[in-house]
Every structure is written in structure tokens, then in C-alpha cells.
Write a protein that binds this ligand. Structure first.
Ligand code: ZN
Length: 377
């Protein structure tokens, strides 16, 4: 049974040479062992490469169309990855398709931009609300002051790499199923720089940077929120060869507050008031983030009532003004009454015409409730 080479590439039997090329390029991107670590991908790549080898060759494709298999033992001669040909690197395949001019990449620079860094900063609610100048300690690479980033020992210079003649890469020519593939690889002797450091700087070993711990002060504006990031330009990692530093991001983490919970720029808190105060009304003093505010609880306030203190929340990060402070009132019913208090409450209820049962007696409140329900049933 001949292999279904068209099926392997996912193309129809009347696919053009260009279709086949495109299909192979797409699958190679997906399954080449250089880009796909899955061991199963290597087998898959062998299959698709064999299919491409067959279908891109007019003679071999004809054999397939006649029901034969050019790669089967006794089929048409020829190596290729389906047989025992050389293994072709992913980049070489791409180069062969796109015609990348070998050698055009040239030596790479020793100086490269540095990476960004991130740091967590824990702040209290008062600090995120009103802003703070926070001291931070940063561990990053900084430029080596001994060599100013050059990587060379004092009085010495970079030398041209003898292995590649300064080109930074070496070329090789491979004969493959794609034809002659000229591939260039970074020079091993100089790691592609085209230069070597005969006498590295003793401080940084030639890297042009050293790791160090610095202290900085970061200015946190008023109104920031948990999870926000403050960007400090070029305070991140210095790059190899003393390259421009990346940015430092300070990520804000707001510690939970004992009293206030925050929703955007509004604050919420709960205050307990006795039943009597809720009934009669009272004046409370609410300690906000930055002031003591007298607040009137109106007579007849119900459980769950909310008081709103305008402009006593968190300052808006952009623009002016502040969020609000919401005070949620928990009306507390007394739990233990002495004999006098109980009598007073009963008299109070009686004066309002409210029926209050004696829980201790048989046929009390609950049984009468039941009777009431049954009466309606
Ligand atoms: Zn140095």
C-alpha cells in the first residue's frame, strides 16, 4: 500500500507546485524539531519532508499518481530525510524558501538593550490614597564602572576573531533535497560577535555589567490602586556590553485595611449602633482616612442603612476630587437583659400595642404563630 503523500501535506491531488511548497513550509514551521520539542513532532516532520520530497519532484510525483511509491525499497533512487539524507535545520529550510542571502546578517553587536525588571511594593491604604515617596531596593545589572561597559581590561582592546575573520558567522554548503543549501551559523569562537576580548575586564569578566543592589526612591502618586504599575524609565537591567537599561516597573500591592474595604475610589466600612440609638437617633464620630467626621444617625434608622460621606474616599488618580465613604450601619439588638430592662421593654411594647409572648410558657409565641398559619390554611 503506497503512502498517501498528498494527505500528509494536506493538499489535493491537483495541487500546484506552489501549493505544495506553501503546505510544506507551513507544516515545517509547526513540526520541525528545532521549533517543536515534542518527540512525536520529529516523526511527523520526517513524514511531511518525505512527502514534500516526493511531490516536489515531477518524476517522483508521477510515480505516486500512478499508484506507486518512489521511496519504497526498489523505488526511485535518492536520499532525502525520508531516506538517509542529511538533516536540514529549520532556519536553513526557511532560508532556502525565502532566499535569505547567506552572510547578510553580519556580526552581532556586543552592546544590546537590557531587559525590563519588575518589583513589588506593599503599601497601606493611606499611602495609595494620598501618595508617598517610598524607598525601594533594586537588584539589577548596572554598567561596569571599571571598563565603562566595554568589557576589556584597562589599556587593552577588542581583537578581530581569527576563526571567522570578523564576519561573526561561518558558512557551510549542504547538498539536500532542497538543492544546494548555503547555511551560515554564528561563529563558535566569538559567539557571532566577530571580535574577541583577549584581556577581559577583571571586574565584569567581559560582560560590561555587574549585578548590584541599589536604593531608589519612587514617587507614588495619590489615588493609585492595587495591581497598578509605576514605570521608572531605564532603571531596569543594563544590557550586555553596557547596553541601554530596560525599564523598572514597580507593581503596587495594597495591604488590606482593618476598617475600610476599597471599591475603586470609594471606601466602605461597617459601624455598629445599639437598637436604642437607631430608634432615637444619635451623632457618631467617624474616623475617615484623614479626618474625624461627625455623622448624624436619624431617629428610626433601620438595620442595613447606609450613610454616605461625600468626598471622604480615595482621591482620584486623574483629575480632581475624591471618592465617597459609605458607612453601613449594623443595628445591634441587646442580647442579655436584666429583669428591670426586660420589664421596661415589655412596657414599651405594650404601650405601642405590640404583642410580646412569654417564650418560657407553654402555648407561647411560636405555637400561636403556628395556629395563625393553620387558621389561614
Ligand atoms: Zn568591566
Amino acid at each position: 500500500m503506497a503512502k498517501d503523500y498528498y494527505g500528509i501535506l494536506g493538499v489535493s491531488r491537483d495541487a500546484s507546485a506552489e501549493d505544495i511548497k506553501r503546505a510544506y513550509r507551513k507544516l515545517a514551521r509547526q513540526y520541525h524539531p528545532d521549533v517543536n520539542p515534542d518527540p512525536a513532532a520529529a516523526d511527523k516532520f520526517k513524514d511531511i519532508t518525505a512527502a514534500y520530497e516526493v511531490l516536489s519532484d515531477d518524476q517522483k510525483r508521477q510515480i505516486v499518481d500512478l499508484g506507486g511509491d518512489p521511496l519504497a525499497p526498489g523505488g526511485a533512487p535518492g536520499g532525502g530525510p525520508g531516506g538517509a539524507g542529511p538533516f536540514v535545520g529549520f532556519q536553513d529550510i526557511m532560508d532556502a524558501f525565502f532566499g535569505a542571502a547567506a552572510g547578510s546578517r553580519g556580526p552581532r553587536s556586543r552592546t544590546r538593550p537590557g531587559a525590563d525588571a519588575i518589583l513589588r511594593l506593599e503599601l497601606d491604604l493611606a499611602e495609595t490614597a494620598f501618595g508617598v515617596e517610598a524607598p525601594i531596593t533594586v537588584d539589577t545589572a548596572v554598567i561596569c564602572t571599571t571598563c565603562s561597559g566595554a568589557g576589556t581590561a584597562a589599556g587593552t582592546h577588542l581583537a578581530t576573531c581569527e576563526a571567522c575573520g570578523g564576519r561573526g558567522e561561518v558558512q557551510s554548503v549542504q547538498r539536500t533535497f532542497l538543492g544546494q543549501v548555503v547555511s551560515s551559523r554564528p561563529c563558535v569562537a566569538c559567539q557571532g560577535y566577530g571580535t574577541v576580548i583577549p584581556h577581559p575586564c577583571p571586574t565584569c569578566g567581559g560582560d560590561g555589567r555587574v549585578r548590584t543592589r541599589r536604593s531608589l526612591t519612587v514617587k507614588i502618586p495619590a489615588g493609585v490602586e492595587d495591581g497598578m504599575r509605576i514605570r521608572l524609565a531605564q532603571q531596569g537591567e543594563v544590557g550586555p556590553g553596557g547596553g541601554t537599561a530596560g525599564d523598572l516597573y514597580v507593581e503596587i500591592h495594597e495591604r488590606p485595611h482593618d476598617v475600610y474595604s476599597r471599591k475603586g475610589d470609594d471606601l466602605h466600612c461597617r459601624v455598629t449602633v445599639p437598637m436604642t440609638a437607631a430608634a432615637l437617633g444619635t451623632r457618631l464620630t467617624i474616623r475617615t482616612l484623614d479626618s474625624d467626621e461627625p455623622v448624624d444617625v436619624k431617629p428610626g434608622t433601620q438595620p442595613g442603612a447606609t450613610l454616605r460621606l461625600r468626598g471622604r474616599g480615595v482621591p482620584h488618580l486623574r483629575g480632581t476630587g475624591r471618592g465617597d465613604l459609605y458607612v453601613h450601619l449594623d443595628v445591634r439588638t441587646p442580647t442579655k437583659l436584666d429583669a428591670d430592662q426586660e420589664r421596661t421593654l415589655r412596657e414599651f411594647a405594650k404601650s405601642r400595642g405590640e404583642e410580646v409572648a412569654e417564650l418560657s410558657k407553654q402555648g407561647g409565641f411560636f405555637s400561636r404563630m403556628r395556629d395563625a398559619f393553620n387558621g389561614h390554611a
